[in-house]
Design a protein. Structure first.
Length: 139
């Protein structure tokens, strides 16, 4: 399967919290990076997802917010700390690649104005923020 979503991360399902309509999947990479995905119970059933399954979570770079420090009081479940590995400048938007550990990178697309306002540069610490509802699952 090929998809256009830039962020594709191999994870293991470590817990499934079932709600009345949606389930929250608690996910973990081989290096211990934790993510959450909120998908419908029907999707969990149709895919026969269970704890221990190895799946791919994916999300678009445009769905990743970038912060320069801890962000208390935000509803997004996924707040992943890392270091800016690379910045690719564009005419309107810039691509920010955040190294989360020795294996995983998260790519974000932000505006030129946001890059300037945050004063981001390679080597800076950053937090990638992704809503759980934006994290899709492939098996």
């Amino acid at each position: 399967m090929k998809i256009s979503a830039r962020n594709q991360i191999n994870v293991k399902i470590v817990e499934i919290e079932e709600g009345s309509v949606n389930s929250v999947l608690l996910l973990e990479t081989k290096n211990g990076v934790k993510l959450s995905s909120s998908i419908t119970n029907t999707s969990v059933e149709n895919m026969a997802l269970k704890v221990g399954d190895e799946v791919v979570c994916f999300f678009k770079a445009s769905n990743v917010l970038v912060a320069t420090g801890n962000v208390p009081g935000i509803s997004a479940r996924n707040k992943i700390e890392g270091v800016i590995k690379e910045i690719k400048l564009g005419a309107v938007n810039d691509e920010i690649i955040i190294s989360v550990d020795s294996v995983e990178n998260i790519t974000a697309i932000i505006t030129n104005d946001a890059l300037k306002e945050l004063k981001l540069k390679e080597g800076d610490k950053a937090v990638a923020i992704i809503k759980a509802s934006e994290v899709m699952i492939a098996k």
